[in-house]
Design a protein around this ligand. Structure first.
Ligand code: TXD
Length: 310
């Protein structure tokens, strides 16, 4: 039987996620949105592409959470997106209320599912989804690191004129201005970028990665990125459904790793059928450790506001 993945929010990221999951032939999809007809319309449109794309997966769309029953993974993309000049934290209270209306329904209809949170501000919304769901920490994670790392990989490939697939990169920390790209883990065919470019140019690439989301928001003017975010979600969905045990940067609950405790933050995690199967601790320079601690602290700043809702 085909596995099922639910996607809550049929907007730019949600609908594109559904498309990626179907086109990669990963699972059936249940799409839910609060706007009458939106999820059903996009689901029908995606279903009508199946003969052309050549997959046999099913997609349903509804405002009713019953369609998510049986889902192994629930991706939460519902919420407001950034407009130019807005920080991710500006979205905090509005999106916290949206999650309050969604997560209890998800927990009732798909109590055994793994949650992948996409809604911003990412780290705080992942924490909130964990609290609202009552799910064990292994089954709740946020998507940001795969996207931020992919952006950095692309920028490096563009700069050095090498195929993007030859570039590896790692971005840790909170999904915000304090995120921590790790130059030593940014490699081209195994060679660290620090050996390929002078420091100012490396720094410039790291900064562009930190501002990667804002660069797209500024161009689009009416919303934020969705193609690369949806691909990043599909990568995580695949790692879980196919039990790949792949190490991907993800926003996960930390209990002492990297010197951080009792919070959700981006670090490398092994993803498999049980969700977060291991948190992988790589060696960081003193400077990177400090930047990660500062990023975690920035994430924690929003915590009190959402705790007040619980
Ligand atoms: O790296 C990352 N984690 C991110 C996060 C990358 C890109 C986008 N990121 C965040 O995802 C973004 O800041 C937003 O908070 C979410 C969704 O972004 P998207 O671009 O998809 O926003 P849209 O197109 O506005 O879609 C949001 C949909 C829209 O169809 C609403 O009707 C729906 O969410 N929505 C709801 N659905 C169900 N239930 C409720 N309550 C609800 N409220 C809104």
């Amino acid at each position: 039987m085909s596995p099922k993945v639910a996607v809550i929010g049929a907007g730019n990221v949600g609908a594109t996620c559904a498309q990626r999951i179907l086109e990669h032939d990963l699972a059936d999809v249940a799409l839910v949105d609060v706007v009458e007809g939106l999820a059903a319309g996009k689901a029908l449109d995606l279903a009508e592409a199946a003969p052309l794309v050549g997959h046999d997966r099913k997609i349903t769309g509804s405002t009713d959470y019953r369609v998510i029953e049986g889902s192994l993974i629930v991706v939460i993309t519902a919420g407001l997106a950034r407009k130019p000049g807005m920080s991710r934290s500006d979205l905090l209270m509005a999106n916290a209320k949206i999650l309050q209306s969604i997560v209890p329904q998800v927990a009732t209809r798909a109590p055994g599912a793994i949650l992948i949170v996409v809604t911003n501000p990412l780290d705080t919304m992942t924490y909130l989804a964990w609290r609202l769901s009552g799910f064990p920490r292994e089954r709740v994670m946020g998507m940001a690191g795969v996207l931020d790392s992919s952006r950095l990989r692309y920028f490096v490939s563009e700069k050095l004129k090498v195929p993007a697939g030859e570039v590896e990169a790692l971005v840790l920390g909170g999904h915000g201005d304090t995120m921590v790209p790790v130059p030593a883990q940014t490699t081209v065919s195994g060679k660290p970028i620090t050996q390929l470019l002078p420091k100012p140019e490396v720094d410039q690439l790291m900064q562009r990665a930190r501002e990667g989301g804002a660069e797209v928001v500024k161009l689009l003017k009416t919303g934020s990125a969705f193609y690369a975010p949806a691909s990043a979600v599909a990568e995580m969905v695949q790692a879980i459904l196919k039990d790949e045990k792949k190490v991907l940067p993800a926003c996960v609950f930390l209990s002492g790793q990297y010197g951080l405790r009792d919070l959700f933050c981006g670090v490398p995690a092994r993803l498999g059928k049980n969700g977060v199967e291991e948190i992988v601790e790589i060696s960081l320079t003193a400077e990177e450790k400090q930047a990660l601690a500062a990023s975690a602290q920035a994430v924690q700043a929003d915590r009190a506001a959402v705790d007040a809702l619980l």
